[in-house]
Design a protein around this ligand. Sequence first.
Ligand code: SF4
Length: 109
Amino acid sequence: MPIDPSFEENREQVDEHEGHAVWGPVDEPEELGIHGTHVAVDFDICLADGACLEDCPVDVFEWVDSPGHPESELKADPANEDQCIDCMICVDVCPVDAIDVDAGRAGRI
Ligand code: SF4
């Protein structure tokens, strides 16, 4: 199942991580929610393929550890989402549709 592009309406912001929002539900370590708002990564779908880290032209993503998560023990964190230039490469290359990018959401948090 891909990331829900309407997560802002369907989820609540439950936390902040490295300057970006975390959208619940979160129940660590099995359930980690969505990280980011402009560049949103569903950590519960991400399986650490790494294509987004390799292909993003402005290095928005950084690995974070997620020990004990059923999909993968690393996640692509949109640590520098404010640098995003909306090229949509990450959305295209993610094999599990874990990423949604929408400049319209930027700065709303
Ligand atoms: S849309 Fe482009 S610039 Fe933005 S995070 Fe994805 S790959 Fe990087």
